[in-house]
Design a binder for this molecule. Structure first.
Ligand code: FMN
Length: 390
């Protein structure tokens, strides 16, 4: 049905308009009392083999929605009702900003890809924090049942000079920490001038150290998703990196993350490369600058996860994103070392039934390989599964 809707309607309207329409429907479903919960019961991951305990969360499955879809934390309930185990909201910047002029999001259907130069359009950290606070406090009184886990991805406000980037990230982190199950420092989007330069270790070190310190000092307010009494907790911190880093730079970020006591790395963001596309080169050039996501990113994103896993083993939680289109891709990333996986473009092309389908098929693969939990498969590439010994 989604394929029909996509072919007849969605693909004929601008990509961002299609996104807004689809997201409005998802938000509506999440907001109708009883509907979201009912959908979550039917579509949400329920197979115990999928359960993943990581970063202080007890997730029903490994697949989450990548940052950029729900920039302002407006649709967490609707999105988890479709079957995502968690949602990474953002990128949120300390100050509200409009992003780049439209059009700024384009489909490359022949490549199962997107190009975007959104430029962190968002309502700012105060608005996102308020929305997340209301969500948590609006939960049924006394209910301690968690309905959704929320990662919060923060970035730099465009008008803030690069020399003041640390203070800007810290301001965002301070506002949002109380509502984040985990926090991500995004230094890898290609659409904010100079942002990716922050990935250089000498600039990344003070930034990550300052955000870590802010999280440690932040008031232990609500634990996101819980309507009960707040519990003291340490907010896990991750950094999200670009696929365009050299291998040496990937290693350097991994070493830094270990050195600073970070919890994990999210790999990868979109790429500025345009290699190997089927879409006509002139057409691609015409679209202009932006980050490329989806299938063309698959190979490099997998390579980065492999590299990170070889470097850090299980000392950091690796979150794989980039070109995950189906359960095979997700399973390969898990076996390469990812504890969690995320997607954006695969969901756009796959439609609302996609998260459920991917989770179901990951469960099938895990069982077929003889694992009692997906977690047992993390980093097992090149090793026979337990089933091989039975
Ligand atoms: C339209 C669009 C907007 C995005 N916005 C953000 C963002 O605000 N912050 C971020 O960290 N990543 C953002 N991303 C990157 C995704 O989170 C993801 O890292 C990337 O698209 C690769 O995954 P995919 O191939 O599954 O899409 C965006 C991606 C797309 C397509």
């Amino acid at each position: 049905m989604y394929e029909l809707l996509y072919r007849r309607v969605l693909q004929h309207i601008p990509a961002e308009t299609a996104h807004r329409l689809a997201f409005a429907a998802i938000r509506f479903a999440g907001a109708v009392p009883g509907l979201g919960a009912g959908m979550r019961r039917v579509l949400g991951p329920a197979d115990p083999v999928l359960r993943v305990r990581t970063l202080g969360m007890d997730l029903p499955g490994p697949l989450g929605l990548a940052a950029g879809f729900d920039k302002d934390a407006e649709g967490v309930d609707g999105l988890t009702a479709l079957g995502f185990a968690y949602v990474e909201v953002g990128t949120v910047t300390a100050q509200a900003q409009p992003g780049n002029p439209r059009p700024r999001m384009f489909r490359l259907p022949a490549d199962r890809a997107l190009v975007n130069r959104m430029g962190f359009n968002n309502h700012g950290a105060a608005a996102a924090a308020e929305r997340l606070r209301r969500r948590v406090e609006g939960g049924r009184a006394g209910s301690r049942r968690r309905t959704a886990y929320v990662g919060v991805n923060i970035g730099k406000t465009k008008v803030v000079p690069e020399a003041e980037a640390v203070g800007d990230y810290v301001a965002g982190a301070r506002r949002l920490a109380p509502y984040a199950d985990y926090l991500v420092v995004n230094v890898s989007s290609p659409n904010t001038p100079g942002l990716r330069d922050l990935q250089a270790v000498e600039r990344l070190r003070p930034l990550l150290a300052a955000v870590r310190q802010t999280l440690d000092e932040a008031p232990q307010a609500a634990q996101a998703g819980h309507a009960g009494a707040p519990e003291p907790r340490r907010v896990p911190l991750l950094v999200k990196i670009a696929p365009d880093l050299s291998d040496a730079d990937v290693d350097a970020v991994a070493d830094l993350a270990l050195d600073l006591g970070l919890d994990g790395i999210i790999a990868t963001n979109t790429t500025i490369a345009r290699d190997g596309l089927r879409t006509d080169a002139a057409e691609v050039t015409e679209l202009g600058a932006g980050g490329l996501s989806g299938a063309p990113l698959k190979e490099r994103a997998l390579e980065v996860i492999r590299r990170l896993h070889a470097r850090v083993g299980d000392r950091l939680v690796l979150v794989a994103v980039g070109g995950i289109e189906n359960a095979d891709d997700a399973w390969e990333r898990i076996r390469a070392g990812a504890t969690l996986v995320q997607a954006y473009t695969g969901f756009i092309y796959g439609g609302p039934a996609w998260p459920r389908k991917v989770h179901r098929e990951i469960a099938r693969r895990a069982r077929a390989a003889g694992y009692s939990s997906v977690a047992e498969a993390v980093g097992t590439s090149g090793r026979p599964g337990p089933g091989a010994h039975r």
